[in-house]
Design a binder for this molecule. Sequence first.
Ligand code: FAD
Ligand code: GLY
Length: 375
Amino acid sequence: MNKYDAIIIGGGVNGCSIAYYLARDGKSVLLLEREKLAGKASSAAAGMLGAQVEVTREGALFDIAKESRAMFPSLQYELKEHSGIDMELVQKGMLKLAMNEEEARHLKSTIAFQQKLGERAEWLAPEQVAEREGQLSDALLGAMDIPMDGHVNPERLTHAFAKSAINLGAEVKEYVDVYSLVMDKCSVRGVETSNGTFHGENVVIAAGAWSKRLLGECGVTVPAYPVKGECFSVITDRPLLASTIFTESCYLVPKSGNRLVIGATMVPDTFSENVTVGGIYQLMEEVARVLPSVKYATFERFWSGIRPQTGDGLPYLGHHPKYKNLVIATGHYRNGILLSPITGKLVTKMIQGDPMPNYMEAFKLDRLKEYAGGE
Ligand code: FAD
Ligand code: GLY
């Protein structure tokens, strides 16, 4: 019977990235996805690489976010070469707007801590913002200029990882539901699926917001919950924005073809992917406040996705405390696209038994006092 070096559960951006990095290092890999690849959060995402716009505190998350962002420029060529797929990396920076005094104060302190850590970030006065982006509302009080944050096409990125992995020898099976883990006393031997049993030296749970059930099976209870995000897109006659615009309540990401992706709501504790009138209405109001001329844009489509959130907002990245060949890679919440390259790289190191960076302590499964299990 075939025994893989690693079985990965979940064909989102993180599962596919892990498959790619493992296959690139010569490991035999089986990735199982119960629907189609990139069918969940990884295609709903706006694709922002918002290391500085989204992470506003010093710490391990900021460290891996910056490290992962820095991987994209070379990764785009690497994956294009292996897969023929262009992830559509755009590096035109972001502006995070202050719409009131409190937001301005908060942004200025974020700029100070990021500059202290050697990152590029600057405060722009309203006139400077208007010079850069002439269509924005004149009600804003200034903005944080973040030249290094960019964006990609998240669905293309996921497929680029998957196809590259396949071309390097990985097996990827869609429409295979993993029902349960096959466990011994101290290790996992494989998985039971809708397509039979598969055996692996290592098993990786990368099932996004759906990981909790599988974790429960191996005796682990950790805080983890879904947060739905609804988005919509519009097409404009001419480009309205050069950079991505981010506020506390919405963001606008300019994509090719004069398309603006506008997001996103935050609806906790639901796995329902319905898009509500209330959600889209709220976003439309917010976005019109920031970019009044969006009212003349042509509505294109709306969609939603389920973000995987954890108790303290940090992903779970590490070996199971008891089952030593079981690796968990989930809880990437609002930043799973940004964090996908570093996730693939770190999980590959874990499986190979390589020394891990110190910051990995912050992502261990048993870091939280609510943690139960593993004994
Ligand atoms: P998913 O993409 O959810 O993939 C998990 C996969 O596992 C699914 O395909 C599922 O079908 C499969 N699965 C589950 N259970 C099983 C099972 N038992 N057997 C087999 N397969 C299983 N992040 C950013 O970095 N930048 C952004 O701009 C951004 N914008 C976002 C906007 C929205 C509206 C949303 C919802 C999210 C956004 N995110 C963004 C977050 C990002 O999308 C997620 O963090 C990321 O996609 C999570 O990827 P994943 O691979 O862990 O999970
Ligand atoms: N990172 C954007 C979102 O999750 O909506």
